[in-house]
Design a protein around this ligand. Structure first.
Ligand code: ADP
Ligand code: MG
Length: 579
C-alpha cells in the first residue's frame, strides 16, 4: 500500500470537492445551475453536468442569479447560481436580494479564496459569507469537504421551508480540487417537501364569519398563492362564494384573467371601496399601497393569509390572521362554507360599481389601442401582441410603462406564467427570467413559448444574454418596446437639434437613450431573427413569423412614440416625477 492510500484508509478511491458539491446538489434534487465559471468553480460546473444537472453559462452573474431564482419560483425547487470569488459573488448579490424580496427559493454557490491565504490579500479575497447575510436566510461555509453535503442540504431546506428565500454556500478554492476518500463522504438524504401548516380553527371560523358579513368583499391573490400552487382551492372559493378577485402583478393567472369574477380592470376602485379584503399571499407593501387610506377605506377589514407570522399585522391591524400554507388554509375556509353554505349576491350594488368601472376603463384602453397615428402608442402595441399571444405562454416583462401598461392588456391564463420586476422593482431581470422559463418549458411542456416584453432601457441591463439565448437555441420571442429612453425619449430630429446646443453629457436629459437604436441587430449578430417594426402591420407580421418559428429565438424592436404615456390615472403612483 502506498503512503497515500494508507492515509486514505481502506479503499483508495477518492473524490474531489467539486464532485462532492455536484453529487450533494443532485441528491437534493437540484436540476439547474446558472453561472459564469472561472477560478475556482469551473470544475464544479463540469462535475454537475456529468451527473445530468443542466448547466447554463450566462454573461453576467446578475442575470444568472435572476435565472436561478425564477427556477425556484416556477418549480418550487431552488435553482443554483454558481459564481467565482469576489466580484463574481458581488455581481450576484442583486439576484439574491431580488429573490429574497420576492420570497423565492434560491441557492448561490460562490467560490472564494484559499483558506490558507485569508487576510493576506488573496486573489479576489472578500468576506463573502458576511456579505451574503443581508441578502439571504442562510449563509455558511462548510468546515471541510466532508461537511459539504450537510451544508447543501441545510441551504436547500432553508430556501423552501417557511417563507422561501435565498441561501448562500461558500466554497474555498482549496476545496474544489481536494481529493478525499469516497468513504469519508456521507450524502444527506434529500430534504422532505416543506411541512404544511394549517391555521387555528377558531381563526378560520372568525374569518368565514367576517367574509359572510361583508358588504363589499374583495379577494386579493398574490404571488405567494401562485408559489403555493393554491390555484384549485382559491378558484373553488371564488366560484363557490361568488367573490370578486384582484390579482397582484405576479398573482395574475392563478385564476385566469378572463374569469368573470376578475376585477383587475377596476383595481383602484376595488381597493378603495372594499370593506373586507382577504389577502392570499400578498404583502401590504408599496404594491398594495400599504393597505392605507386614501387608497383604502380607513376601517377596511383585512383577513391575512400568510406562511410568515412576522408578516401578519404589518402596516395595518388585520381583522383576522390565518397563519399557514395558503392551499391548506383555503381548504379550511372551503370546509366552513361547505358546512354553512354562503354566496355573495351577484346582483349587489358592489358588483354593479365594479363592472361599470371595468367597462369604462376597458373602453378607454380600447380607444387608445385603436389610434391609427404613427409612431404607435403602448396600447396599440399591446393590443396586437395580445391578439397573437398563445394562451399557455410565459409572459416575462419589465420596464416602466412597458410593464405597467403591458400588465393591463396582456392576459395570463395559467398560474406562475408571469414574471416581472416584482417586489423589489428590479430592472434587468427579463432575459434571465426568460431563459429560466424557456428551460422549464422545454423540460415540462415542450412547445410552450416564452414572450419577453422589455422596455428599451430595461433591455439594456442584460442585453448580452441574447448570446446565451442563441447559444442554447431557446426559442424566446423578445419584444423591445422602444421609446428611445427611460420613461420617455426623443425622436431623432429633436435629439440632433438638441446636440447643436452642446455636448450630450451636458444637454441631453438623463432619461434619454440613443434614438432609433436597432436592438434587433443584437439578435441577428448571434444567428437569431431580428425585426425592426414601425407600423401595426409590420408588428403583426413579425409576431406571426416569430411565433410560427419554434426553432429560433427572435427579437422584435418596436418603435413607439417617444413621448407615449399611459392613460390618466385616478392616483399618481410612482409617476410623480415631472420629467
Ligand atoms: P405580491 O407581490 O404578489 O403582492 P408578495 O411577495 O408581497 O406578493 O407576498 C407573497 C407572500 O406569500 C409572502 O408574504 C410569503 O410569506 C407568502 N407565502 C409564500 N409561500 C406561501 C405559502 N405556501 N403559504 C402561505 N403564504 C406563503
Ligand atoms: Mg423606454
Amino acid at each position: 500500500m502506498s503512503d497515500r492510500s494508507a492515509e486514505l484508509g481502506d479503499g483508495n478511491e477518492t473524490v474531489s470537492g467539486a464532485e462532492v458539491i455536484a453529487q450533494a446538489l443532485k441528491t437534493q434534487d437540484v436540476g439547474y445551475i446558472f453561472g459564469i465559471v472561472g477560478i475556482p468553480v469551473t470544475e464544479v460546473a463540469a462535475a454537475a453536468q456529468k451527473l445530468g444537472i443542466r448547466y447554463v453559462g450566462m454573461r453576467n452573474e446578475q442575470a444568472a442569479c435572476y435565472a436561478a431564482s425564477a427556477i425556484g419560483y416556477l418549480t418550487g425547487r431552488p435553482g443554483v447560481c454558481l459564481v467565482v470569488s469576489g466580484p463574481g459573488l458581488i455581481h450576484a448579490l442583486g439576484g439574491m436580494a431580488n429573490a429574497n424580496m420576492n420570497c423565492w427559493p434560491l441557492i448561490v454557490i460562490g467560490g472564494s479564496s484559499e483558506r490558507s491565504q485569508e487576510t493576506m490579500g488573496a486573489f479576489q479575497e472578500f468576506p463573502q459569507v458576511e456579505a451574503c447575510r443581508l441578502y439571504s436566510k442562510f449563509s455558511a461555509r462548510p468546515s471541510s469537504v466532508e461537511a459539504i453535503p450537510s451544508i447543501i442540504e441545510k441551504a436547500v431546506r432553508s430556501s423552501i421551508y417557511g417563507r422561501p428565500g435565498a441561501c448562500y454556500v461558500d466554497i474555498p478554492a482549496d476545496f474544489v480540487n481536494l481529493q478525499v476518500n469516497v468513504n469519508s463522504i456521507k450524502y444527506v438524504e434529500c430534504c422532505m417537501p416543506p411541512p404544511v401548516s394549517m391555521a387555528a380553527t377558531s381563526a378560520v371560523h372568525m374569518a368565514a364569519s367576517v367574509i359572510r358579513s361583508a358588504k363589499q368583499p374583495l379577494i386579493i391573490i398574490g404571488k405567494g398563492a401562485a408559489y403555493a400552487c393554491a390555484e384549485e382551492s382559491i378558484r373553488k372559493l371564488v366560484e363557490q362564494c361568488k367573490l370578486p378577485f384582484l390579482p397582484t402583478p405576479m398573482g395574475k393567472g392563478v385564476i385566469p384573467d378572463n374569469h368573470p369574477n376578475c376585477v383587475g380592470a377596476a383595481r383602484s376602485r376595488a381597493l378603495q371601496f372594499a370593506d373586507v379584503i382577504v389577502l392570499f399571499g400578498a404583502r401590504l407593501n408599496w404594491i398594495l399601497h400599504f393597505g392605507l387610506p386614501p387608497r383604502y377605506q380607513p376601517d377596511v377589514k383585512f383577513i391575512q393569509v400568510d406562511i410568515c407570522a412576522e408578516e401578519l399585522g404589518n402596516n395595518v391591524k388585520p381583522a383576522v390572521t390565518l397563519l399557514g400554507d395558503i392551499n391548506a388554509v383555503t381548504k379550511q375556509l372551503l370546509e366552513e362554507f361547505d358546512r354553512i353554505p354562503w354566496q355573495y349576491p351577484p346582483e349587489s350594488e358592489w358588483w354593479e360599481t365594479l363592472r361599470e368601472k371595468m367597462r369604462t376603463n376597458e373602453a378607454a384602453s380600447k380607444e387608445l389601442a385603436s389610434k391609427k397615428s404613427l409612431p404607435m402608442n403602448y396600447y396599440t402595441v399591446f393590443y396586437h401582441v395580445q391578439e397573437q399571444l398563445p394562451r399557455d405562454c410565459f409572459v416575462v416583462s419589465e420596464g416602466a410603462n412597458t410593464m405597467d401598461i403591458g400588465r393591463t392588456v396582456l392576459q395570463n391564463y395559467l398560474p406562475r406564467h408571469r414574471l416581472d420586476a416584482g417586489t423589489f422593482g428590479t430592472m434587468g431581470v427579463g432575459l434571465g427570467f426568460a431563459i429560466a422559463a424557456a428551460l422549464v418549458a422545454e423540460d415540462r411542456s415542450p412547445g410552450q413559448r416564452v414572450i419577453c416584453v422589455e422596455g428599451d432601457s430595461a433591455f439594456g441591463f442584460s442585453g448580452m444574454e441574447v448570446e446565451t439565448i442563441c447559444r442554447y437555441n431557446l426559442p424566446i420571442v423578445l419584444l423591445v418596446v422602444n421609446n428611445n429612453g427611460i420613461y420617455q425619449g426623443f425622436a431623432t430630429g429633436t435629439w440632433k437639434e438638441m446636440l447643436t446646443f452642446g455636448d450630450a453629457t451636458t444637454v441631453a436629459p438623463p432619461i434619454c437613450l440613443l434614438p432609433n437604436s436597432h436592438y434587433e441587430q443584437i439578435m441577428t449578430a448571434f444567428g437569431g431573427k431580428g425585426y425592426f417594426v414601425q407600423t401595426p402591420e409590420e408588428l403583426q407580421e413579425s409576431l406571426r413569423q416569430s411565433l410560427a418559428d419554434t426553432t429560433k429565438p427572435s427579437l422584435i424592436n418596436i418603435m413607439i412614440k417617444p413621448q407615449a404615456t399611459r392613460k390618466a390615472q385616478d392616483f399618481h403612483w410612482l409617476t410623480r416625477s415631472n420629467m
